[in-house]
Design a protein around this ligand. Sequence first.
Ligand code: FAD
Length: 147
Amino acid sequence: MTTDLYRLVYYSRNRLEGSREEVRRQIGDILAVSKRNNSAGGITGALVFNSGIFAQVLEGPGNEVEATFERIQRDPRHGDVDVLEFEGTHQRGFPSWSMAFLGASEQDRALFGDLGDTSGFEERRLRGEHIFDVMQRIALEEEPRAD
Ligand code: FAD
């Protein structure tokens, strides 16, 4: 087991405003900065935006994941950031993506289900694992257009 490899899974509420096109452009800006910063910090992962919700997986060295997430948490472009999982892992789920954007997929019900229902610690961990699994499946299916 690689000791310093961590995975963080969170979801948050979108605060981006504007037309579909403007929101898409703003997400493009977020992704461009993310790819630049994440490559430099050894971070990989994936981002989904659907139904007004972001879900993101960040993986990499613990200190880099924490520093990245600190910035993300303060970002006014989203809010109500809710961490489902932050723990050590033995391998990356998105090894070839500095930040895969999975876009608006048909699978958002499978992904998010009932987000209100995650009160207990174990439930939250399982929800985090579920989101990670579905995102990984989407990324692998859509590999040619992910980055
Ligand atoms: P710059 O991009 O130069 O930004 C400087 C400051 O301005 C930052 O505080 C930034 O938050 C703020 N800012 C920039 N543009 C806007 C804007 N349009 N509206 C409001 N504030 C703005 N960053 C990563 O490095 N990796 C990630 O994986 C990542 N994922 C993200 C996922 C989501 C859902 C969101 C909303 C943001 C994400 N970010 C990510 C961006 C992150 O929140 C910071 O904006 C970014 O890391 C800051 O990069 P920078 O220091 O190079 O500053």
